[in-house]
Each structure stands twice: as structure tokens, then as C-alpha cells.
Ligand binder design. Sequence first.
Ligand SMILES: *Cc1c(COP(=O)(O)O)cnc(C)c1O
Length: 359
Amino acid sequence: MTQVYNFSSGPAVLPREVMLAAQAELTDWHGTGMSVMEMSHRGREFTQIITEAEADLRKLLALPSDYTVLFMQGGAHFHFAMVPLNLAQEGDTVDYVDTGHWSRIAIKEARRYANVHVVASGEAGRFTSIPDEAQWQHSSKAAYLHYCSNETIGGVEFPFVPQSQAPLVCDMSSNILSQPLDVSRFGLIYAGAQKNIGPSGLTLAIVRDDLLGRARAATPTMLDYQVHAAADSLYNTPPTFAIYVAGLVFKWLLEQGGLAGIAQRNIEKAALLYETLDASGFYHCPVDRPYRSRMNVPFRLTEDRLDDAFLEGAKARGLLQLKGHRSVGGMRASIYNAMPLEGVKALCDYLREFEKTHG
Ligand SMILES: *Cc1c(COP(=O)(O)O)cnc(C)c1O
């Protein structure tokens, strides 16, 4: 197998070292003679795995003690419903920032359960920017303010944490653990694992303790944060293998110098790719510079008819999954934590070469 670089938006590339570690102990975890996949989620071995995973995550985020970590299933999509069900009573007003595809899906779901007020929308600018925070129209008594810190499809990322009187809720699915984070600013953070944490099937939630136990009466048991908190994420069978791999990723991140260390590398990778795109008249990135994502880089070729040739040539060089989301077209390079600098360099070399031969 030749070297490949996988630019998928998710499920996405995992650190090579993590894959090799998981492979080495796939059938025999720590001399137990069992795979993690075969262990009881309530046994001593798995208890050690999930306890260590949580401890390492807390270390990475310097998590304050009044926050609960939940390892769940259901994807970010479950939280689109859980957030209003748990944090708002029927008839309450909830505030949302509309910055593109994922915030819109969150808004649509929340409308089923609460009175949604959109404080600002990037729609007029076709979601290529973040609306100026000074112009946001907060409601006077919102139960919470929800935003998506990185729009995975549009490639728009918040370079700041919004100010909010109401508890701040964030869908961090595609940029969690990519840089240091002051969790104390947030009421609730959630993220599907398959972008920057580990395998799909696992979803992470970090909840400030005073927001637990507030679900409205009709909330399904499985959608009540407090139920999962009270059971230490073991109310029912959790995605055990995915939690184990996430734990390996957390250890890998600690070895990279934690979130400050990985942020440095992410900044370097993104700068290299955007500089290469901007230096050419052949490629175009539509996103407003201050809000360009360090994780997902959408770009177009001057002529759409060259897209197939571009993707074919990329694949032949081991540069995989560069096709943009069907809703926006063009290309997208996702360069999450686990994408090495060498992968971005290889992509930049290919960008220049393709322009030379087709531009
Ligand atoms: C991928 C993604 C989702 C959807 O996640 P699921 O785990 O498939 O529910 C939601 N929000 C963002 C920002 C994403 O990147």
C-alpha cells in the first residue's frame, strides 16, 4: 500500500500511531485475551478504559470540576433535539446563530420544541462569513444561545467565543480539540466523534452541572442528559470500541503537546494551504479571510468542467476524498488534527502541478 492522505470531512483520518496501537491490541487488550469489542461495559477492564479516556480529555481541556463529560450515541443530530428538550421549557424562547448548513439543521429541529429566535444570519452573504457580533439581536430572555463553531461544509469558523447572558451552547463537531478552549464560557458543548475525536458512533457532550436535571417531562429517557450523567455514561451499552479509540486519540494529543501543540500545527497546515490557493488565479476559496476554517477548506477550480480530472489526478497520487459537499460543489480539503503536515504539502504540490498542466 502506497502512502495516501485522506481529506475526508468525516468519518475522517485518524492518527497513524493510534491505528497501529489499536491494531496491536485488537484481539488481546493488555494481556486479557479479549478484544475491547468483547468486554462487558461494566467490567473492570472497560471501566479502566473509560475512566482513563475521561481523565485524559479533562486534562486536555483543563476542564473545570463543575462540568460533566458524557460519552453518548446518536451523533450531533441527537443533540439538535436534546438541547431544546433539556434546556428550554415549552414556549421558551431560544437564540440561534445561523452560519450555514449545520446551524440550520439545528434550528429546524429546535423549532419543533421551542420558540426559535435567529440572532444573526450569514445567509445574505451566502454563508461565507460570520455576521458581526456587535449587530446580533439577542432576545431578552433566551433559555440559551446556540451556535456552530465550525461549519464543516461551508468552511466558516468562529475565531472567537460569542458573548452571551444566556448559557452558551455549541456544536463543536468539526473543530473540537483543535485548539485550546476556555470551557468555562460554555453551558454545553457537543460533538460527533467522527471528525476530530475517533470512530463514528460516539458523540461527546460536556455539560455544566447546573444545566443537568432540567429536561421537560415528556423528554424520552435516552434524551435526558441527567440520565446519562447519573449513570456515568453507562445507562445503556455505550459505543465501547469507539470510546477506547477516542481514549487513544486523547493520549496521542497529549503527546503532541496538548491542544496548544496541535493548534500550532493546525495553524501551519491551514496557512500553507490557503496561501497556495490564494497565490493562484486558478483556484478560489470563497470564505471571508478572518473566518476561514482551519479544519475544512472549500475551494473551486476556475472551470467546473475540470473537477473530474482534478479528482482523478488527486486519487492517482493518493490524495483521497477531496470532492466538495454536494450542496456547494467544487472541492473540500478537511485537514483535521490527524492530517500530517506532509499531507498538506503533498496537496499543495498537486495544486501547483495541476494548475501548470491545466491552467
Ligand atoms: C458532521 C456534523 C454534524 C452531524 O453529525 P452526526 O454525528 O452525523 O449527527 C453536525 N454538526 C457538525 C458541525 C458536523 O460537522
